[in-house]
Ligand binder design. Sequence first.
Ligand SMILES: NC(=O)C1=CN([C@@H]2O[C@H](COP(=O)(O)OP(=O)(O)OC[C@H]3O[C@@H](n4cnc5c(N)ncnc54)[C@H](OP(=O)(O)O)[C@@H]3O)[C@@H](O)[C@H]2O)C=CC1
Ligand SMILES: O=C(CO)[C@H](O)[C@H](O)COP(=O)(O)O
Length: 491
Amino acid sequence: MANQNKTDIGLIGLAVMGENLALNMESKGWHVSVYNRTVPGVEEGVVDRFMNGRAKGKNIEGFTDIKAFVDSIATPRKIMMMVRAGSPVDELMEQLFPLLSPGDILIDGGNSNYEDTNRRVELAESKGFLFVGSGVSGGEEGALNGASIMPGGSEQAWPEVKPILQSIAAKAPDGTPCCQWVGPAGSGHFVKMIHNGIEYGDMQLIAEAYWVMKKLLDLNNEEMADVFARWNEGKLRSYLIEITANILRHKDKAGGYLIDKILDAAGQKGTGKWSVINAMELGMPLGLIATAVFERSLSAQKDLRRLASKQFQCQHTQPIYNKVELVKNIFSALYASKLVSYAQGFAVLQRASDAFAWHLDLASIARMWRGGCIIRSIFLNDIAAAFEATDKPKHLLLAPYFKEEMKTLLPGWKSLVAEAMKEELPVPAFSSALNYFYSLTSADLPANLVQAQRDYFGAHTFERKDELRGQFFHENWTGHGGDTKSGTYNV
Ligand SMILES: NC(=O)C1=CN([C@@H]2O[C@H](COP(=O)(O)OP(=O)(O)OC[C@H]3O[C@@H](n4cnc5c(N)ncnc54)[C@H](OP(=O)(O)O)[C@@H]3O)[C@@H](O)[C@H]2O)C=CC1
Ligand SMILES: O=C(CO)[C@H](O)[C@H](O)COP(=O)(O)O
């Protein structure tokens, strides 16, 4: 009786994601309470605008008082927060704690840092509540019609939240919901962070493909849109390739193409940077995503680039390339580099899973990303299949299918990078991926010299090829050093 007339779920934060998720939930038959803070003179009337606008006539209750909002929800309460990541989540939790009952569930659907989520899961559980840190991807459209949802944290909460979260998730082509339990603590947000890092990589790679077509082939926007649209029918079929074709065709209200009027200074909200920081912490190479992050940073230094461009005139020859052949090579560079990026990203997930005992199911993660999210693409099926194989690959690029793909793509890929370098045209992600591939496939690397240098100046020791691994040696390189060695730990 206590739950009579109460709502099924509460949602806090009526910005683009929260508003659309609330409507999505309602459309799946859930009775929803919504709340947004009111900041006098700054942020007023958000709830009223929603309730009198898109939520009008729907099974949604709006609240501006947080206690009334909490009281309106059936217990155990499920409250999803879709607010700006960082301190707003902590502030909200502090406001909510005194209003909750034991067993209530908080879901953070924002792009929170996974270490914050680790802490919040512990804090909420210490107070008798459950906490789910869930990545949500899909932007405005996904939030409304089906997102990819990556929940982790208090596992006890999963049976309670599963029906709602899976109902609002996208469905993969085989009908499975793109929402499965990821693992404990902040694992859901870690997975979302790597998803976003891969998103950065995909976007940079597509941007480089666009740039080569524009600068070396002199293709116009419609011609480039045709190429992307054609690629979207094949192995590169993906949401980002599809929207790139649409973006290139989009006309500005004032005339001309909008793409040509957008300033080339990219923004970033942190998840790409965190991916790289965490990969470094785990000792894992994530060079393609790092390159994508740094390229956004360099793009933002527009004034400096403008100045530098006047002092070093880059030498582009006239476009004399064979269009068909160059477009084929761009395809090879894009597809092969994308494979490298996903291989790097999944390797970081595996390392994090091992380091934090999360037991991540990489195939399930790949399947979850097939629908709803920004990086959804056809080739995630092949990635899932590779991780599901009985003979699990040590590295994604060593899975039989991808190994053959790389062999086919390599000639066009390296030719494209060489051509672009000669033309002084930046293709940092294509070349970062190629260098990674060359290093990965080199049994020998010049790191012997790095080790010698470290030992020469700091007695950091080295292992020898002619001795068993794990034994560390120091050489008295100058004849006047001592025998004392530095520690052999790696940080
Ligand atoms: N936009 C996107 O494509 C995606 C966003 N996300 C994540 O979802 C979350 C919501 O994103 P989005 O909808 O884009 O909007 P924003 O990231 O702009 O977040 C705005 C919301 O946060 C609320 N907020 C900000 N500060 C506070 C605070 N101190 N206390 C309470 N509420 C606060 C705002 O309330 P107010 O209106 O009062 O300012 C508003 O409801 C973010 O974590 C974002 O990273 C995830 C996937 C995709
Ligand atoms: O999470 C997302 C999609 O999955 C967001 O769109 C993401 O915040 C975009 O990141 P950035 O602003 O750093 O480009």
